[in-house]
Design a protein around this ligand. Structure first.
Ligand code: TXA
Ligand code: MG
Length: 422
């Protein structure tokens, strides 16, 4: 069997997350949920049967983005994930679990870990973080145990594996009822923005997978935060490998990391505010989150300590206008322009700047607070690129505090160097 020769009639089945009820503490003990809606239960079991009895993959909702699931223990399931996404095989996947009990039993082959022993396979550095933030958009690195059942393809042969316990009831129910840890990257074609709606998955993976479970929009909108507590440079200072659904500030507070958390240097900036790439987590070196159209990122705040700089929107207005017109003048084939605004650009009369031209403007607001911008980001990137088919996309950047760090990480990659700093 090989997925390259199989073409599926991709089905979309609805599952109502509100019909799934987990007992308190079941993310530790592994108790199973009850499901009150028979249709949702039937659809969940259809997905579980595919995952348990075949080597095909199923897309499912998580609180961050839609994932593409295969058994983390089965080489062929994982091969099929890499094929469906066209993902480079040296980029390891996150293993999703439904409880600490399952982590111990199935991944560590440790069945005697109930009660107070549930924590014994997890380094102490993570305990407070997990107590406060699981289930949720937090991924940690653990050492692959010697006798582990994990597929070497899940970990891309790394000595460590990434693991997360998602908060979405459909994700957790799928993993708990099937009792298989699921390897699941975002369910998009590699290099494209991650999917936050079932229809995004359908757009990218039609014919490549048999089933998509649809529970509507993902709340968080960007992927989980990846924390490495194993290879610390200084005592007790873990590394943030990927900013994500939980902010750096929240990770430090909830993890009890009094000395902070070191942001991996892949995220550091040079004097011009450009990201300097350094490969630590394999996924970071690849092209990511890229719409088909050219994407230009405006950074309307300073990366230098120059406090005299007037970064008010009225002061920046002529500069923004000139920068946009310059882009358009250098590419006369542009007929349709997409604009994504958030905190400052919403107030600018951008459409008026192009009133005398034949250029069509499609403008969308990402929102006026970090959570909204994060949650709308991938959906609106895809809307303007795939539905509106704009020829160029201008995006307003945000400050890097709280949700801003994850948002700017994604936007910097989407823009692939087309960045205008003020
Ligand atoms: O929110 C999420 O995390 C989503 C949903 C579906 O759960 N999943 C997701 O998976 O974003 P993916 O495969 O797109 O991203 C996994 C990231 C990559 O940057 C990868 O390099 C890193 O985690 N990673 C996985 N295993 C690792 C390891 N052993 N060491 C370092 N980085 C690792
Ligand atoms: Mg991804």
């Amino acid at each position: 069997m090989s997925s390259s020769t199989v073409s599926f009639q991709t089905k979309i089945l609805k599952v109502n997350p509100e019909s799934i009820i987990f007992p308190p503490n079941s993310h530790i003990t592994g108790e199973l949920p009850t499901i009150t809606d028979p249709e949702s239960e039937k659809n969940l079991w259809e997905a579980i049967n595919i995952l348990k009895t075949t080597e095909y993959n199923v897309a499912f909702p998580t609180e961050t983005v839609y994932g593409l699931a295969g058994s983390a223990l089965n080489d062929n399931s994982i091969l099929n994930i890499y094929k469906a996404k066209n993902r480079p095989s040296d980029n390891p996947l996150i293993t999703h679990i439904s409880s600490l009990n399952q982590l111990n039993r199935v991944i560590f082959n440790d069945s005697n870990s109930a009660g107070d022993n549930e924590w014994r396979n997890i380094p102490e550095i993570y305990h407070e973080l997990i107590r406060n933030l699981w289930p949720g958009p937090l991924t940690i690195l653990l050492k692959v145990p010697k006798n582990s059942n994990l597929s070497k393809l899940t970990t891309a042969n790394q000595p460590t594996f990434a693991v997360r316990l998602p908060n979405h009831p459909v994700a957790r129910a799928l993993i708990a009822l099937g009792d298989i840890p699921l390897a699941a990257p975002s369910a998009n074609t590699s290099t494209k923005p991650s999917p936050t709606l079932a229809q995004h998955v359908y757009h990218d993976l039609l014919g490549k997978i048999p089933l998509i479970l649809d529970s509507g929009a993902c709340d968080v909108g960007v992927e989980s935060t990846v924390v490495d507590g194993l290879s610390m440079h200084n005592e007790d200072i873990p590394l943030l490998l990927r900013p994500g659904g939980f902010s750096l500030e929240n990770i430090c507070k909830m993890g009890g990391f009094k000395n902070g958390c070191k942001v991996e240097s892949v995220l550091k900036k040079n004097d011009k505010g450009e990201e300097i790439e350094k490969v630590r987590t394999p996924g970071m070196k690849y092209k990511h989150y890229s719409p088909n159209c050219k994407t230009v990122l405006f950074v309307p705040f300073s990366h230098t300590k120059d406090e005299d700089k007037d970064l008010s929107v009225s002061n920046l207005e002529p500069k923004i206008k000139n920068a946009m017109l310059q882009q358009l003048n250098s590419a006369p084939e542009i007929k349709k322009v997409g604009i994504l605004t958030s905190f400052k650009f919403d107030k600018l009369p951008i459409k008026n700047w192009f009133a005398d031209s034949n250029i069509k403007i499609v403008q969308e607001s990402l929102g006026h607070d970090g959570k909204s911008v994060q949650s709308n980001l991938f959906r609106l990137l895809r809307k303007l690129d795939e539905d509106e088919n704009v020829d160029i996309l201008f995006v307003e950047g945000v400050g890097e505090e709280n949700e801003g760090l994850a948002i700017m990480n994604r936007l910097n990659k989407a823009a692939a160097g087309n960045i205008i700093n003020f």
